[in-house]
Write a protein that binds this ligand. Structure first.
Ligand SMILES: Nc1ncnc2c1ncn2[C@@H]1O[C@H](COP(=O)(O)OP(=O)(O)OP(=O)(O)O)[C@@H](O)[C@H]1O
Ligand SMILES: [Mg+2]
Length: 356
């Protein structure tokens, strides 16, 4: 299940976020091309090494990373009231990009549709599939602050080396969503889960992505409240009318959460499926800039057919676009969004400063 991820020099250069020649990148990584191999193939561990070396630091081992300064991982919660806008596509591709960059990433699939799990290659459709989903932890009647001893077993390792892990979901998560309705303080349950497991999560991850279901579900609300730690959720819009109305309703939902709980949760908005030649797209862009300009991410993800190919079992196993078509225009846009989120969500690694 766990896969080794490798990519060519041009992809490594693009991921590095540095203006750098291939030769200089290889020097920073500090590894020779293996004998008998034509071209250098880079790994997430290489990209992490380049980042530490660029800062003039020794590269920590995985054990050292787990004992170094324990800082709660950055939290990126995707939320949108409308379905099908590309939340999961963006969440998983951005998470995979950061993992390829050598950050330690955990994805929590908080949608019973399990699209994020499927896109990462975890099969959840068979009748006898056995996974432990996040609902197991959100609905526990825990009065104490003891960590969940069954959390490590719920985690699937997607990339080798601890760079990309997943708490998968399946349709039975819908039962937890329903039972959350009658639970005490359901809105606080995700925050409580993260808090009581803070030591484990801080040791193993630099960033946690949570992919939520469309609409306003109890689990989605609980993670939105937990996003107060980041100060915002990540939302995805298509530039078209009903999506803009959905963005307004998400904004009022956030305002309500903030008023009732005293939290401060804003949003960062990524525009997806952009196609410049369509008139309604141009009009919607004007509206987005005038009403939500300050919250818009600078990068725009174009309409790109490669996103539709990701899940096509006819071609190959499901895998994120950035992994299988890392040189495509779609992947280039995702790389840009990932780099800007690293700055805006303050994502970093032990011993390294947060990037400007
Ligand atoms: N930039 C894009 N260009 C073309 N197709 C895209 C793009 N982004 C996403 N898609 C396609 O749009 C569909 C919906 O995407 P996705 O499942 O990521 O949306 P979602 O918001 O997570 O949906 P849901 O609300 O069901 O969770 C998928 O078929 C996906 O391949
Ligand atoms: Mg989705």
């Amino acid at each position: 299940m766990t896969r080794a991820v490798e990519f060519k020099t041009s992809v490594a250069t693009a991921l590095s976020g540095m203006e750098i020649t291939p030769k200089k990148l290889q020097e920073l990584v500090g590894r020779e091309k293996p004998a008998g191999q034509h071209h250098m193939r880079y790994t997430p561990a290489d990209m992490m090494a380049a980042r530490y070396h660029a800062a003039g630091l020794k590269v920590p081992s995985m054990e050292e990373l787990q004992t170094a300064d324990v800082r709660f991982p950055a939290l990126v919660v995707t939320r949108m009231t409308k379905g099908g806008v590309g939340k999961t596509s963006l969440c998983v591709n951005i998470a995979s990009t950061m993992a390829m960059m050598g950050y330690r990433v955990l994805v929590i699939d908080a949608d019973p549709q399990a699209s994020a799990s499927n896109l990462l290659g975890v099969e959840t459709a068979s009748y006898d599939s056995h996974i432990t989903h996040i609902g197991n932890f959100l609905t526990k009647p825990k009065a104490d602050k003891e960590p969940d001893s069954d959390l490590p077993d719920a985690i699937e390792h997607i990339y080798g080396g601890g760079f990309l892990d997943l708490i998968p979901s399946d349709i039975t998560l819908a039962e937890s969503d329903a039972s959350m309705v009658t639970l005490m303080a359901s809105h606080a349950r995700a925050h409580l889960f993260l808090n009581r497991n803070a030591t484990f999560l801080s040791r193993h991850y630099d960033v946690i992505f949570i992919d939520t279901a469309p609409g306003t579900t109890p689990i989605g609300l609980a993670f939105t409240y937990a996003a107060k730690e980041a100060g915002k959720v990540l939302t995805v819009v298509e530039p078209e009318g009903s999506c803009l109305r959905a963005l307004d309703s998400l904004a009022s939902n956030l305002a309500e959460i903030n008023t009732v709980t005293g939290a401060e949760v804003g949003m960062e908005v990524v525009i997806n499926k952009y196609h410049p030649s369509l008139k309604h797209v141009r009009e919607s862009m004007g509206f987005l800039y005038s009403k939500y300009g300050a919250m818009l991410n600078d990068s725009i993800v174009p309409q790109f057919t490669g996103f539709a190919r990701q899940l096509n079992p006819g071609n190959r196993d499901a895998a994120p676009l950035v992994e299988v078509e890392p040189s495509s225009v779609g992947a280039a846009a995702i790389f840009d969004v990932a780099k800007s989120l690293i700055r805006s969500f303050g994502i970093t690694q032990p011993g390294l400063p947060a990037s400007e």
